[in-house]
Design a protein around this ligand. Structure first.
Ligand code: SF4
Ligand code: SF4
Length: 441
């Protein structure tokens, strides 16, 4: 079943050996946490705290501002020292609360209490997941409760637990599967109960044989669950490509996995659902791979949301002098950082550091029409033509050539001999098209 291969894709060097064998370590509490309010796709939550407020661990510090929005919680107890704009790892500055921990790590009332999950119905499970502020932790940050709410007429028959982790360097999901297989499956069982799904597939790339073995052992006691080993090709973990590889179903252009009766959840999100439903623990921490030749000792770290990148990097021995790039996420889809004041958010899967001799200097020559990008694009787009339209600000043409279907995987840019900033072009075009459609009403 997993022998199906999606169109295109590339084979970048994976560099996962730096951290694949490193057990998850807990990050000591830093001196301050910078907790961004904008951590989900959708509407930004509404801040509830101001400078000088005392907060407890798990207390809501920003409430959901609509259906496609989730609350943000204090990752520990302490004092709010500031509410101001700080660098967000996704790029721009956004509003955040700076919390000075009081050292007590004292929970807000009613949280961190074991729940009787057997008696819960789907709505109660979904409510706990929403209240815990869960979003897709593979980096997409789409609110989990929304994915668990298919509209009338749509039903889900297959849940895919995404443990592919195809992005180079990152091993956070790999370690989570090795160290917490039962918890991940319990989290998945909550998703399955909400949607009344009987078929659950754990999808893992073949370059993680130990995780495949662990998860296979764990699913032995779960009826309807299986583990599928996937070919190692980037972007195997992208939703549409994963669904095709596992089920042969094609998500239509502009469509969603639910259009082909599938739900995809990252294994990290399943682990967070276990914590939220079993123990009523909001999403306060996550596993982050801090790696690359720019740090002395690469690690997988369980860190509080709000831990500054500088503190994470110091924990790994600091930056080598000739480090020229620090990326939030992996090198294919991640965002280069301009400040180490950026802090871990719910979507931060990794911090990758690259030294001078590892970074290709930006040249952006003209397109030589070699066609390599067309062969690599898993969405069957024509990145060459799209980039030329966009350079000429012909955004309508780019829309006609389906730039909005681009999943920003970076495969085209990876193979481009002219080193054209293709993904940058496509992000810009999508933003322009969104603006045009807003104007058009
Ligand atoms: S970034 Fe977009 S255009 Fe380029 S290969 Fe990926 S999906 Fe295709
Ligand atoms: S890979 Fe680069 S140079 Fe080749 S066709 Fe695509 S955009 Fe042009």
């Amino acid at each position: 079943m997993s022998g199906r291969h999606f169109f295109g894709g590339v084979h970048p060097e994976y560099h996962k050996e730096m951290t694949a064998g490193k057990a998850i370590e807990a990050m000591p509490m830093p001196e301050k946490l910078v907790v961004h309010f904008a951590q989900n796709i959708g509407s930004m939550p509404t801040p509830l705290v101001k400078r000088g407020d005392q907060v407890k661990k798990g207390q809501v510090i920003a409430e959901a501002s609509g259906f496609v929005s989730v609350p943000v919680h204090a990752p520990t107890s302490g004092k709010v020292e500031a509410v101001d704009m700080f660098p967000n790892p996704v790029g721009a500055e956004t509003l955040a609360a700076v919390i000075a921990p009081d050292g007590e790590d004292a929970w807000a009332e009613g949280l961190n209490v074991e729940q009787d999950t057997d008696s819960m119905n789907g709505d109660q499970i979904k409510g706990l997941i929403r209240d815990a502020g869960l979003v897709g932790m593979g980096g997409a940050t789409f609110p989990t409760h929304v994915k668990l709410s298919p509209p009338e007429g749509k039903s889900i028959d297959t849940l895919i637990l995404n443990g592919a982790e195809c992005e180079p360097y990152l091993t956070a999901d790999h370690r989570l599967m090795l160290e917490h297989p039962a918890e991940i499956l319990e989290g998945a069982s909550f998703f399955a109960r909400v949607l009344d799904v009987k078929r659950v597939i754990v999808a893992i790339e073949k370059n993680k044989p130990d995780a495949i073995e662990k998860m296979k052992k764990a699913v032995e006691v779960k009826e309807g669950y299986s583990v599928e080993a996937l070919d190692v090709v980037y972007p195997q973990g992208a939703e549409k490509q994963l669904i095709f590889a596992l089920t042969g179903r094609r998500v239509p252009a502009g469509g969603l996995p639910m259009d082909v009766n599938v739900l995809v959840q990252n294994v990290g999100t399943a682990f967070a659902a276990y914590e939220a439903v079993r123990f009523k623990r909001p999403l306060l921490e996550r596993v982050v791979t801090v790696t690359g030749n720019g740090v002395a000792e690469p690690k997988n770290i369980r860190a509080r949301i709000g831990t500054r990148f500088e503190d994470m990097i110091d924990r790994c021995g600091g930056l080598a002098e000739d480090t020229v790039k620090v990326i939030s996420g992996g090198p294919m889809m991640g965002v280069a950082q301009y400040s180490l004041d950026a802090a871990v958010t719910k979507g931060t899967s990794g911090i990758v550091t690259l030294r001078k001799d590892e970074v290709v200097q930006f040249v952006s020559d003209p397109c030589i029409r070699c066609g390599r990008c067309v062969e690599a694009c898993p969405m069957r787009l024509n990145p060459s033509a799209l980039s030329i339209f966009i350079e000429m600000c012909h955004f309508e043409d780019a829309a006609e050539y389906h730039v909005t279907d681009c999943i920003e995987c970076g495969s085209c840019a990876y193979v481009c001999p002219s080193q054209r900033p293709l993904v940058h072009h496509f992000r810009r075009a999508k933003a322009e098209i969104r603006k045009m459609s807003r104007k058009a009403g």
